[in-house]
Design a protein around this ligand. Structure first.
Ligand code: ADP
Length: 620
């Protein structure tokens, strides 16, 4: 028997409709890419988003077409999102921090027909447009006064019809446009994982999954947002949908503060302070920059009540600094592009909250518990469930209506197990309070003597050393143990330290056999396109590194084999200082292998596959 309630498709246009009708005067403040702080409201965003929809329809964009954005967090970017999604087209957020070749690969794979772009990123588009046969229109997020006089693609782009001015389009089109009216399973957004393993893969969100994710994140024990909040999403809209904030903030009527292109400590602090921000969300590296700035400037955070920190493990020093120095609650969260992205949050249970703060800390450092709507399991490699005892390491798998079922165009084949769970590629434990802890990415875990060492644990503890600015742990080959961990440290400005100082600091804080075999001091720890430590690049840079104890043996063996000078790599790795030189050579190859730009035939074949899918009635 069916229930007798209204169905009401869960489409995201209803979110901005609601914001405009019931919170129409609520402000959205942006540090504009052109410079000044600009102010608008949900009412105006709604009106302008409708005009964007009409402009897109005028350009021939149809439901299911992909429309890219290459842009910072701004009110204009939000207008474009709702304008694209409202008419059933798919908003494809491109990540400008990727190499241009990767952006081109992704735009081609998506088959974007138009791209909205910020002034900052126009040179990227100009440089790759002749490799983008599906792109017909580029809309520049600016006004007539800031339009470049002489835009020209770097090569011939036969299908490109011209550069359009966003403000002209908005002014020229009517705000009368019907939104929605399609199935809630219709695709709304497309976001590619950064491809730390293999080619980037597209996660195709539906209106329903975004709507449900919004309701999930609004729960008090998730983000707990209210119309009284002033929300600053530092996490970019191109990084897993700004963790849903561009939906949840209008969904609840909170004021929004958009940081535009400036995410350094001083710029973020200025917005937190002048706009009275109560809630913010970002990756740990952003908060480190802010805390550093506060320390130097003596700034205070009287309005800020809560920050969500995720995307990478949050170090204890950050949680303590916020709580103890500024009285700001930190919610440590875990998620991924494939999970919309919120998966778990470390919100204290009633029982844990009664413990003294120091005893809560081990739980605050974990990635936390899943909200209603998200199911988790831990399995061994054979797929058998593991106990929630806080010790058993296993593959973390996840299921629910906000989790990807497959990648765009079937990339990577089947991605769910027999029970419909998606394998996150993370290795985790779950304790008897239900707190999940990521011990590593499956590919970053250090495998030593058949046991697993968590690189994340060691680097977070080492980051507690007062001289450390950034730390990273990788496994390096070892003939007996398979792999051993080494610690890379970037020191704070002006500091010097010895390897022994760091090893002593770790004594007693980690198991003896977890102790790094070497400490290498480096000038820089590279970050990837989503602001996380790029271990793939570090491993690539350290590929000639040999552990200190082994270096002598390698040299001796090399001398035995040929009375020639030993191989330079073995010599150079004989001490940490020299290892640092291997680490930062003039790069002989690109920082990481960008995917090749598909040939136009491939793109055409993909376009045909699309048309076939549409003909069969599948959502594109
Ligand atoms: P990618 O970096 O692969 O492009 P995402 O941005 O979706 O993709 O990152 C998801 C991954 O980031 C997770 O699988 C996990 O490894 C890592 N991650 C996210 N949040 C946390 C966290 N709080 N602690 C540790 N790792 C995290």
């Amino acid at each position: 028997m069916q229930g007798l309630m209204q169905h009401g498709a869960l489409t995201v246009d209803k979110i901005i409709d609601h914001a405009a009708l019931w919170h129409g005067g609520r402000e959205v403040v942006t540090r504009s890419v052109e410079g000044p702080i600009v102010r608008t409201t949900y009412g105006a965003i709604h009106d302008r988003a409708k005009r964007v929809s009409n402009a897109l329809l005028g350009l021939g964009i149809k439901p299911g077409d992909r429309v890219g954005t290459l842009a910072w967090n701004t009110a204009r970017h939000m207008e474009a999102w709702y304008g694209i999604m409202g008419v059933g087209a798919v908003c494809h957020t491109l990540n400008p921090r990727l190499f241009p070749e990767q952006i081109a690969w992704i735009a081609n794979h998506a088959g974007d027909r138009a791209i909205f772009v910020d002034l900052t990123f126009l040179p990227i588009i100009a440089g790759v447009l002749h490799h983008l046969p599906t792109v017909e229109h580029v809309v520049l997020f600016t006004d007539r006064a800031h339009m470049p006089a002489d835009f020209k693609p770097a090569g011939e782009a036969p299908n490109f019809k011209g550069l359009l001015c966003y403000e002209d389009l908005v002014a020229e089109h009517s705000a009368d446009c019907a939104w929605g009216g399609f199935d809630e399973g219709t695709a709304a957004g497309l976001c590619y994982t950064s491809g730390t393993t293999g080619d980037p893969k597209g996660v195709l969100y539906s209106h329903r999954s975004n709507f449900l994710h919004t309701l999930i994140t609004l729960q008090p024990d998730v983000m707990g947002l209210s119309q009284k909040d002033v929300i600053l999403p530092v996490v970019p809209m191109f990084h897993a949908n700004a963790w849903g904030v561009a939906f949840s903030a209008p969904g609840t009527g909170a004021k929004m503060v958009m940081p535009g292109a400036k995410m350094d400590g001083a710029s973020i602090y200025e917005l937190l302070d002048t706009e009275g921000v109560t809630f913010s969300a970002a990756v740990p590296t952003v908060w480190q920059m802010l805390l550093q700035h506060l320390k130097e400037s003596g700034g205070k955070l009287p309005n800020l009540r809560k920050v969500v920190i995720g995307g990478a493990a949050c170090p204890e020093v950050i949680i303590r600094a916020f709580q103890e120095d500024y009285d700001v609650e930190v919610v440590h969260a875990w998620g991924m592009t494939e999970t919309s992205p919120v998966g778990t949050l470390s919100v204290m249970t009633d029982e844990l909250e009664k413990l003294p703060y120091d005893q809560q800390m081990p739980y605050r450092l974990k990635q936390g518990r899943p909200p209603l709507g998200v199911e988790l399991k831990l399995t061994d490699d054979a797929g058998q469930r593991l106990p929630h005892d806080g010790k058993s390491f296993g593959n973390l798998k996840i299921r629910g209506p906000i989790i990807a079922a497959e990648y765009f165009r079937g990339a990577g084949g089947r991605i769910l197990d027999d029970e419909g769970f998606f394998d996150t590629g993370d290795v985790a434990t779950i304790d008897d309070h239900g707190f999940m802890q990521i011990t590593d990415r499956a590919k970053d875990v250090v495998k030593s003597g058949g046991e697993w060492i968590s690189s994340i644990d060691i680097e977070n503890i080492a980051l507690g050393h007062p001289k450390a600015a950034m730390t990273a742990v990788i496994g390096v080959p070892h003939p007996k143990w398979d792999e051993r961990p080494i610690l890379l440290v970037k020191l704070k400005d002006g500091e010097t330290a010895t390897k022994e100082e760091f090893l002593e600091f770790l004594q007693g804080k980690i198991a003896k056999w977890w102790m790094p075999d070497d400490v290498v001091f480096v000038d820089e720890i590279p970050l990837g396109a989503t602001g996380k430590i790029d271990k793939k690049l570090i491993r690539q840079r350290m590929k000639n590194y040999v552990l200190p104890g082994l270096a002598a043996a390698t040299v001796a063996r090399a001398e035995e084999a040929a009375p020639e000078p030993p191989p330079p790599a073995a010599l150079a790795a004989a001490d940490g200082a020299q290892a640092a030189r291997i680490y930062a050579p003039e790069p002989e190859e690109p920082l990481s292998e960008p995917p090749p730009i598909p040939e136009p035939e491939v793109v055409e074949a993909l376009a045909h596959a699309d048309a076939d899918a549409e003909a069969e009635g599948a959502t594109p």
